[in-house]
Design a protein around this ligand. Structure first.
Ligand code: FES
Ligand code: FE2
Length: 381
């Protein structure tokens, strides 16, 4: 984030403190409950948002060297993402060209090739068939042109995006719409992966994302955990195409008022939440980054799973550092698991019963929430 952005965001907060306000929408928004319950809409979302659009798969540091790979099945498409000898990240359908066996699972590193566990066909890290045992038994089969099915990849700002279905190239500028500046200044390429945890919930996947999008609930739901840290009911909201940035200022931000503007560090005194369209929530904290990748689950409109990934600026080299990050991660998980998600699951249950109101309401002080749900609705037409 540029210094001028640190300054501009800080000034907006100071104005809100003076005026006892927050970023607001001009009016309240009414939102159809069916967006969280309708099976047809859910299937449309899975196809249009999770297959046809680029999805953030991981940060670049998870594929540190040639041969590093990671697999991903969260979109319903089995993907194998690997860094080639030329340093380029590529994505393939994780299926052998012989009879479809999976070539790899989880995450790891291959020396030069993926060897299929079924009959030992092997493929280079750029997808070319390299070896086929008993090749004389495949007369007429075009071995030269046998390649794994490739999918478009874009790698920039320390992030790796893949389009699970279709061949259209991914244009980062069209996707990020001005967020490049923030992302470039965070230097994610220098971060280190600490840990990934999976969480399963009985909620529509969008309702999970809604959880992150307003501070209105801090004072009640997080009275003893989060509320003491942040200014009450205050957020800054900015849209970048279909992505959004929402800032929750910490109470400590008032310390900046006595310092020269050139020293204002807005990130240090806030939590910055980005929604990278459609399903990634990126939380930039003072000393680390959290990536939440949220997906529909079990082919059910009211089920979701997510991965919370912690990225930290320095690799962990001592027990003390490990204890620090474990405690940090535990606190985040406890807050969402004990406080946020039970409320969300309760609301989802009510929605599914079909007995409540047809619409819920978003307040003017929940601008990011209203924007996110509007972009989702627009995507489906
Ligand atoms: S399915 Fe892969 S070698 Fe046969
Ligand atoms: Fe919360």
């Amino acid at each position: 984030m540029r210094q001028q952005t640190h300054t501009a965001l800080s000034k907006r907060v100071f104005a809100h403190i003076r005026n006892k306000t927050t970023d607001r929408r001009p009016q309240v928004t009414h939102h159809a409950v069916s967006h969280y319950t309708c099976p047809q809409r859910f299937q449309q979302e899975r196809r249009k948002l999770f297959r046809e659009l680029p999805i953030l798969i991981t940060l670049s540091c998870q594929l540190p060297s040639p041969g590093s790979f990671i697999t991903d099945d969260n979109t319903g498409v089995p993907l194998l993402i690997v860094r080639g000898d030329d340093g380029k990240a590529r994505a393939f359908i994780n299926a052998c060209q012989h009879r479809g066996a999976r070539l790899a699972d989880g995450q790891g590193r291959v020396k030069r090739r993926f060897t299929c566990p079924y009959h030992a066909w092997s493929f280079t890290t750029d997808g070319q068939l390299a070896q086929l045992p008993h090749s004389a038994d495949f007369t007429g089969f075009d071995q030269q042109n046998c390649r794994l099915q490739e999918r478009p990849v874009a790698e920039a700002y320390g992030m790796i995006w893949v389009r699970p279905e279709g061949d259209a190239a991914i244009h980062m500028a069209d996707m990020l719409c001005g967020l490049e500046d923030d992302l470039a200044h965070f230097n994610f390429t220098d971060y280190h992966h600490y840990e990934t945890r999976r969480i399963d919930v009985a909620m529509n996947w969008k309702l999970v994302i809604d959880t992150f999008l307003e501070p209105y609930h801090f004072a009640t739901l997080h009275r003893t955990t989060v509320a003491p840290i942040f200014l009450p009911n205050m957020c800054l909201f900015d849209a970048f195409g279909r992505n959004l940035r929402e800032a929750f200022p910490r109470r400590t931000i008032t310390e900046l008022m006595d310092k020269p503007e050139a020293e204002w560090d807005f990130v240090y005194h806030s939590a910055l939440v980005y929604v990278l369209y459609p399903n990634t929530v990126f939380v930039m904290q003072a000393d680390h980054a959290e990536v939440w990748r949220i997906f529909p689950s079990k082919d059910a409109v009211d089920q979701a799973h997510m991965y919370l990934e912690f990225y930290i600026p320095e690799p962990v080299q001592s027990d003390k550092a490990k204890a620090h990050w474990d405690a940090n991660m535990d606190l985040v998980c406890r807050t969402v698991l004990d406080e946020d998600f039970p409320v969300g699951e309760g609301a989802q249950k009510g929605f599914m019963s079909g007995t409540g109101r047809s619409h819920i309401v978003f307040g003017q002080n929940e601008p990011a929430l209203a924007f996110f749900e509007e972009t989702m609705a627009q995507a489906l037409g």
